[in-house]
Write a protein that binds this ligand. Sequence first.
Ligand SMILES: [Zn+2]
Length: 76
Amino acid sequence: MTTTHHTKMLTQLKGKPGKMAKYNKYNKPRDRKHGRELKKCRRCGRNAAPNAMYGLKYCRQCLREVAQKIGFKKYN
Ligand SMILES: [Zn+2]
């Protein structure tokens, strides 16, 4: 069975502890150490092109909105 997100399966298997253990053993997605999945915007969760500038981990859209609150100044 395929699902869009693995937590969806966990709600279905709540009443079936045996099957739940089996699911966790064989089908649970692995914890990633590197790759695109880890590079997410911390504000909106967008994983396309997060801006890692200064280690802020905002995407470009969020950085644009948040920049002045953080302390960036805009010079013309
Ligand atoms: Zn964002």
